[in-house]
Write a protein that binds this ligand. Structure first.
Ligand code: FAD
Ligand code: EPU
Length: 339
């Protein structure tokens, strides 16, 4: 345990905040016993993977528990590869491991930062695949009872950037292990953007992996060089009615049809159309190439980031009548808060 530990290297936005105590948990037993004790004592606690989906709004007045549990077990049935993966494994390393073992199905999700335990929480997704498509179960420790529970993927209520872990189980589920199930006969998903160019019967999982990595590296800033938390806002899902009325005013607006009379709108397009690309507040800025990403341009403070984000939300609301919701979790001194 360390007093007043800096969290700068524990959040990919690179915000300079401290916590009272920081503990690294390397086994599931250790992880669960630390978190159960902190939960019972009512002390502020932040469970942390790679810190790639948080915005620290203040110094944290409690204990940060970093999940560092490791282990990947592989088995199979006649038709499926099965994996059981500890929460502290790095997501992208898992994707690379699968590729090296001839296990296909993870490649569209290459280069997403963070750890396996956080991946189901917002049902990570990219390039036409979400974790819900390959997840079989999620195991968590219920911090209020100490019980270990395994939920089927269906019970996780996965939807776009959502799951039961952000709803009914918010604040009391410590994810310890995730199970995956992918068919041995590969079914490539090549419908999204640059992947369409790969439509060729000879395409391999490695081709898809390389295309995804190249695309992501050309579009998204590398947090090791420029602090960021990926997409800062979710793509809003609006009624077809509102979308149609917007298309008459903004014929180039980008939207994707969804179920139940809804359309998902590209928030990056809205922010760019509002003229906010490159817009800066203090050291924080809207990325000049990808408007959905806010960056730490020059020693940004959390106030800079929050003020910039609020400005973007207000501008988009005024211009399009759509209120953007942040994707990363806002972490204040004693726990999560809204923007
Ligand atoms: P953290 O930021 O450490 O934690 C996120 C939240 O989950 C926190 O509230 C934390 O308390 C909680 N948490 C973490 N681990 C556990 C656990 N074991 N049990 C319970 N609670 C836990 N996301 C996508 O979906 N698609 C993308 O394409 C994508 N691209 C990105 C690109 C960049 C450059 C960056 C910086 C981020 C991107 N993200 C993307 C967002 C991010 O990578 C994912 O949300 C990722 O799953 C977060 O993992 P993490 O370990 O860093 O979580
Ligand atoms: N666009 C603009 N201007 C911009 C940015 C985007 O007009 O500045 C337009 C693009 O031209 C495109 C559309 O918006 O027509 C969508 O852009 P892109 O394909 O880059 O995807 P995105 O909506 O910006 C989403 C996810 C990403 C994920 C990619 C690929 C969300 C909030 N973001 O981004 O996830 O990697 O699709 O699937 O759903 C993340 O969650 O952190 C993340 C990076």
């Amino acid at each position: 345990m360390t007093d007043n530990f800096s969290l700068k290297s524990h959040n990919t936005f690179g915000l300079e905040h401290k916590c009272r105590a920081l503990m690294n948990a390397k086994t599931t037993e250790e992880l669960c016993s630390i978190c159960i004790e902190l939960y019972a004592s009512n002390q502020p606690m932040l469970i942390l993977g790679g810190g790639s989906n948080i915005i620290l709004c203040d110094d944290f007045a409690g204990t940060v528990v970093v999940v560092e549990t490791k282990g990947i077990e592989v088995s199979s049935t006649e038709s499926y590869h099965l994996l059981s993966v500890e929460a502290g494994e790095d997501w992208h390393e898992l994707v690379c491991f699968c590729l090296s073992q001839g296990i296909a199905g993870f490649e569209n999700l290459a280069l997403i930062p963070g750890k396996v335990g956080a991946a189901p929480i917002q049902n990570i997704g990219a390039y036409g695949v979400e974790i819900k498509d390959i997840c079989e179960w999620v195991e968590y420790c219920d911090l209020s009872t100490g019980k270990h529970i395994r939920l089927s993927a269906n019970e996780c209520n996965f939807s776009y950037r959502e799951s039961i872990f952000k709803q009914q189980l918010l604040g009391r589920a410590l994810i310890t292990k995730v199970g995956f199930k992918v068919p041995k006969i590969w079914q490539p998903k090549l419908d999204y953007g640059p992947l369409r160019a790969l439509k060729d019967p000879a395409v391999t999982p490695k081709d898809v992996f390389e295309c995804i990595c190249a695309t992501r590296m050309s579009k998204l800033p590398d947090p090791a060089k420029v602090g960021n938390a990926g997409s800062f806002f979710k793509n809003p899902v609006i009624s077809n009615e509102l979308y149609l009325s917007l298309t008459t005013k903004f014929p180039n607006i980008v939207g994707y049809p969804q179920d139940a009379g809804k359309t998902k709108v590209a928030a990056g397009w809205l922010i760019e159309a509002a003229g906010l690309k490159g817009f800066q507040v203090g050291g924080a800025a809207v990325h000049a190439d990808q408007a959905l990403v806010l960056i730490n341009k020059n020693s940004a403070t959390s106030e800079d980031v929050l003020n910039l984000a609020r400005h973007v939300v207000d501008c988009i609301d005024k211009q399009f009548g759509i209120r953007l919701q942040p994707e990363p979790r806002m972490i204040a001194a004693t726990g999560e808060r809204s923007l």
